[in-house]
Write a protein that binds this ligand. Structure first.
Ligand code: M6R
Length: 367
């Protein structure tokens, strides 16, 4: 049942190219210039009426929602807030009839996410669900359901569900953009072309797994480390940090690169591993100067960047790992893959139960 892989997590990491393809299938027109989401029952007028979007989810799905915020804001120019589901209801959020609430849940059974969905509906908002389980509670109660076709995810640590949630957000963002006219056909075509290349790019990344195993073997000697990045890189840093904690039990923290010097930099000492994501062209220079700050305190830095920035980043870090080039908006769908593998190999090196980490359950049905 593990199809020759040692663990479900590794199998699921390798299933990502298929999950991307299956989630995009039938939703991008042949010429690539338009998106069809039959599952969205909203009329063009209803979409035009959306004044704001609230994305609500837990854990890894929340991290997908952080990326989702940027995607929808950039493509459709609708203001978006992303909340952790266990916090959302208690902050008395301003939910109106022109709010679209998007709940994201692999299982579709997470108690806090379901409760947030019900709260949203009580307040008259329309609810869209992005879920991997057809017929789940979240799917049954939402107004519109975008299914991620990642297939069953068995490992407690979520991998292919997260990346297919990102694909769902790209499709929703583009669909809104085409309906609202915030982006023209040509631009939509550029994004879909890049989207369709992602599966092969992930395949190329997976071939580099042995390098990440070596890096993981050196990381496990430490009991604390940092992930840093700006913008979308910060969103992915948070997911990378959660993954590492969850299965390797090594303490780590994700920080917005520019925020480190406001306190946390005090924790960086000789040898502290720092994983710095530098995939956003516009922010690269700024992140590189943050890398200098941690290097000056003795940090050992792994830079994760894209091929075109490889040389530049290599000069400032101890090790560098490059992902294939894609549009800045799409990089999370690639940059998270090395972080998933790093966590997997760290857990393996430490002899932990990769698929069933201590204290955790696959589906969290208590609040
Ligand atoms: O099924 P859900 O997507 O609603 O689950 C949400 C979280 O419990 C889940 O993503 C959790 O954070 C993962 N174990 C992380 O790998």
């Amino acid at each position: 049942e593990k199809a020759g892989f040692d663990h479900f997590m590794l199998k699921e990491i390798h299933e990502q190219p298929k999950a991307y393809r299956d989630t995009m299938m039938g939703r991008i027109s042949e010429d690539g210039k338009s998106i069809t989401l039959k599952e969205i029952g909203m009329t063009a007028e209803q979409i035009r009426g959306i004044q704001k979007v609230h994305i609500v989810a837990c854990g890894t799905a929340y991290h997908a929602g952080l990326v989702g915020k940027t995607i929808i804001e950039q493509l459709a120019r609708i203001p978006v807030e992303t909340d952790v589901a266990s916090e959302y209801r208690y902050r008395n959020p301003i939910i109106t009839e022109d709010t679209l609430v998007i709940v994201v849940s692999q299982s579709g059974e997470t108690a806090d996410t379901l409760a947030a969905l019900r709260e949203a509906k009580r307040n008259g908002a329309r609810v869209m669900a992005i879920t991997n389980v057809v017929g789940s509670s979240v799917a049954r109660e939402a107004d519109d359901v975008i299914t991620t076709w990642a297939g069953p995810e068995i490992a407690v640590a979520s991998t292919k569900a997260y990346t297919s949630q990102l694909i769902a957000f790209y499709l929703v963002g583009l669909y809104f953009a085409q309906t609202l006219g915030t982006r023209d056909e040509q631009y939509i075509g550029e994004v879909t072309t890049a989207l369709l290349q992602l599966p092969e790019q992930v395949e190329a990344l997976l071939e580099q797994a042995p390098v990440l195993k070596l890096i993981a073997d050196s990381i496990v000697k430490h009991n604390s480390l940092f992930f840093i990045g700006r913008g979308l890189d910060f969103a992915v840093a948070q997911e990378g940090s959660l993954k590492l904690k969850e299965i390797s039990y090594i303490h780590s923290e994700a920080y917005a690169a520019g925020e480190l010097k406001h306190g946390t930099l005090a924790l960086v000492e000789d040898g502290t591993p720092v994983i710095a994501l530098v995939t956003q062209e516009e922010l690269a220079e700024k992140t590189l100067s943050n890398i200098k700050e941690v290097k000056a305190r003795g940090a050992h830095v792994l830079g994760v960047t894209n091929h075109s920035n490889h040389e530049e980043v290599a000069k400032s870090v101890d090790e560098v790992f490059s992902i294939p080039n894609t549009l800045a908006l799409l990089t999370p769908a690639l940059s998270v893959v090395p972080l998933q593998l790093l966590s997997y190999y760290a857990s393996l090196a430490l002899g932990h139960d990769v698929d069933k980490p201590r204290n955790l359950a696959k589906s969290v049905t208590v609040e």
